[in-house]
Design a protein around this ligand. Structure first.
Ligand code: IVH
Length: 705
């Protein structure tokens, strides 16, 4: 085994325990003496955790291939630490809890650090930060000013400059001895070969973090995959792998970045505050992260933490928390450090965006358009600030590509507002005898054989009108807030209506009687009235909502609004050719085909007739102003830049004058307005013999001339 920092008795247990998550049952420890069975169980669990964590350490530090997400590693370290606190006789100096970093590999020459490169204690909540700050306050007798920095999720390095020239670069290694990666660091663009100082210190050791930006990470993984190699799990491992290359020219190609965040040792430098040191580093030409900020109080520091926890998506590199540091350097000395971490700093760790959990089973669901989507039932896990128990697997190819199987431990990711996704299985934890998951051949709802068209990713249930799952999903979609907005129609009611045959398609809703509704379970007279009223009100919705409700492929609210702006009624839309549909703004060929074909299907035509009979409005009332405008009924196409107004203003002006703005030129175009630098639309207008006018003439026709 490699060198390990010896376990010292923590001289300030309260601080360490709080900062590291704390033992869960401090109170109960005094009250009940654990009996020997419990102790034996704890001993087994300790062995198990140590073995697992050692394997994970090696995978992480030596192979740059993490076995599990950080959050799970941290949780297991916390569990082990709690057990070791509870059963001190089972503690051991070679436990993974006593390690500062990994062990240095023998790929590189060893370098002893001028001062040990320590780790940071973690806090996961405001309360834990408060406990840390209270302890600092007690220790130094005042409420010290803090400095907040992003916690870069990269690889810790120490750079030594001698007489202003970059001399030695090392990884952290075990904290005392790191790996000599000087030649590789010379190839990192952000590492200046010389300090930009007139009189540099004789010797300076700076500490920082090497990282791989997201874009470079994606690029690298794409390259590895195309060469049939295994991609990296995350930017940090990719960064570590890129820095720890035998051939420095490989490192040089990897677009690594560096942020420096402190001084390890400096000869002849006198500074009072950390913030001052960062300013000095920056002036010396070293990269200092600009998103740092002084905080006069813990409240201010907390606001910084919250801001970046929500805002980290805006960065082009990964951060996993915020580091709070006491700004005064003399106070820091007073506070000192334990064997593992300084007392003058703490890392506030963000809610993890990745966690591992058990995948119970994969199932498929048939949606409102017949698309059959596989999804995973997960053991509930808290990730990205939400509890996740279901995750979509999108389609067959995705399941195959990720090769996730029933019973796998999988990594689940949820970043910001993004829908949770399964990153992939943890192969080391795959149960023996597991088999890859076969996509079902038939619809789980109606048993119809599924079809997958050539070139498409999705399997579909072709039973458009008779599949219960499609019917209920469509009915629910039809009534949803984004469509006809029938707010009293819940899922259960919809299901009951379909099951009893009272509704076969959404148009049947408009023919329901109060007697029929009253026969449903759980609907009293008052609910029946409210539902009938809601159905009645939905007859006058704007055309775009009706278009969304009709469930045509590719027609969401955005496309529906465009279509409704271009065509006055559902009938006009239904009788338009695919080409005419395409003339509407941002309507591409695929959407045009889907609308054109969809509205011509016999079942859809029958549905529209039923809606008409029910008195559902199939056109928007004409806006008064538009009816009176000078461009009434005209189709206008704009091309090139105008002097007096933006493109948006020019479009709005046409619409307010009663005209319609089309995105492409056709024979039906009334005229084309050509501004500065017109595009191909001008040529097309000339070819079709469509009138072309300039800006002055346009303004005149708008009545603004
Ligand atoms: S200060 C004595 N500042 O996080 C340690 N560390 O988990 C002082 N890290 O070992 C470290 N960003 O490698 C500091 N702005 C930052 C940091 C940062 C990332 C790393 C550093 C440290 C690790 C602890």
């Amino acid at each position: 085994k490699g060198p390990i920092v010896p376990a010292k008795q923590p001289d300030r247990p309260a601080c360490r325990l709080v900062a590291s998550g704390g033992p869960p049952q401090l109170g109960s420890m005094d009250a009940v003496l654990p009996d020997s069975r419990e102790r034996a169980q704890a001993s087994l669990r300790i062995d198990e955790l140590r073995a697992l964590l050692r394997r994970a350490d090696d995978a992480y530090y030596l192979l740059d291939r993490p076995m599990m997400p950080d959050a799970d590693y941290d949780a297991r370290i916390r569990e082990l630490r709690a057990l070791e606190v509870r059963y001190p006789e089972l503690a051991s100096p070679d436990s993974p809890t006593q390690r500062v970093g990994g062990r240095p590999s023998d790929l590189f020459a060893p370098v002893r650090h001028a001062a040990p490169m320590l780790s940071l204690d973690n806090a996961f909540t405001l309360e834990e930060l408060q406990a840390w700050y209270a302890r600092v306050e007690r220790e130094v007798g005042l409420a010290p000013a803090l400095f907040c920095e992003l916690k870069i999720d990269g690889l810790a390095v120490a750079l030594t400059y001698e007489q202003g020239a970059f001399a030695v670069g090392a990884t952290r290694g075990d904290g005392e001895v790191g790996e000599d990666v000087t030649a590789n660091l010379r190839r990192v663009r952000d590492v200046p070969p010389r300090l930009a100082l007139e009189a540099p210190p004789r010797r300076l050791e700076v500490r920082g973090e090497v990282y791989l930006p997201f874009a470079a990470f994606e690029e690298l993984n794409a390259e590895l995959t195309s060469q049939g190699q295994r991609p990296f799990a995350n930017p940090r491992n990719a960064g570590a792998g890129s820095l720890r290359q035998k051939d420095p020219s490989v490192t040089g190609r990897r677009k690594l970045g560096l942020w420096t965040h402190g001084i390890g040792a400096a000869e002849g430098l006198r500074l009072e505050r950390h913030s001052e040191a960062l300013g000095w580093l920056s002036r010396a030409g070293l990269p200092v992260n600009p998103s740092s900020s002084p905080a006069a109080s813990l409240e201010e520091a907390w606001a910084f933490c919250r801001r970046w926890e929500a805002g980290r998506g805006a960065l082009d590199y990964a951060i996993d928390g915020v580091v709070l540091k006491v700004d005064g350097l003399r106070l820091r000395e007073e506070l000192g450090a334990t064997a593992q971490a300084p007392r003058w700093a703490i890392a506030y760790k963000f809610a993890p965006e990745e966690r591992a959990t058990l995948l119970h089973r994969i199932e498929v669901h048939t949606g409102r358009s017949g698309k059959v989507t596989p999804f995973a039932f997960l053991e509930p896990v808290s990730v990205g600030g939400a509890t996740v128990s279901l995750a979509t697997l999108h389609n067959e190819d995705e399941v195959r590509r990720k090769d996730v199987r029933d019973g796998d431990t999988v990594v689940v990711r949820r970043a910001g507002e993004v829908i949770p996704e399964i990153v992939g299985p943890v192969l080391d934890l795959r149960p023996a005898g597991s088999r890859s998951w076969p996509f079902p051949a038939t619809c789980p709802s109606c048993g119809t054989a599924l079809v997958r068209a050539e070139g498409e990713a999705d399997w579909r249930c072709p039973n458009r009108t008779g599949c219960p799952s499609q019917s209920v999903e469509w009915l629910f979609h039809f009534a949803s807030r984004g469509a006809m907005d029938i707010d009293k129609l819940g899922y259960q009611t919809g299901l009951a209506l379909l099951e009893r045959g009272l509704v076969r398609d959404p148009a049947d809703l408009y023919f329901l009687t109060d007697r029929q509704l009253a026969s449903l379970p759980g609907l009293g007279p008052r609910s029946v009235r409210a539902l009938l009223d809601a159905i009645e009100r939905s007859k006058d919705r704007p055309l775009w909502r009706l278009l969304v409700a009709l469930n045509l492929r590719h027609v969401g609210p955005g496309v529906a609004r465009k279509l409704a702006a271009a065509f006055p009624s559902l009938d006009a839309l239904a009788s338009a050719s695919a080409e005419e549909l395409r003339a509407a703004e941002s309507i591409g060929p695929e959407i045009a085909r889907s609308v054109h074909g969809g509205l011509r299907e016999p079942s859809m035509q029958a549905l529209v007739e039923k809606l008409r009979r029910a008195g559902v409005r199939l056109r928007d009332p004409l806006p008064e102003r538009a009816a009176a405008g000078p461009l009434q009924g005209m189709r206008v196409v704009l091309t090139g830049a105008l002097q007096s107004m933006s493109r948006e203003e020019a479009e709005r002006a046409a619409q307010q004058a009663g005209g319609f703005v089309a995105s492409s030129v056709s024979k039906r175009t009334s005229f084309v307005v050509a501004g500065e630098g017109p595009g191909s639309k001008l040529a097309k207008a000339r070819a079709l013999g469509v009138e072309v006018i300039d800006e002055r003439e346009y303004l005149r026709r708008l009545g603004r001339g």
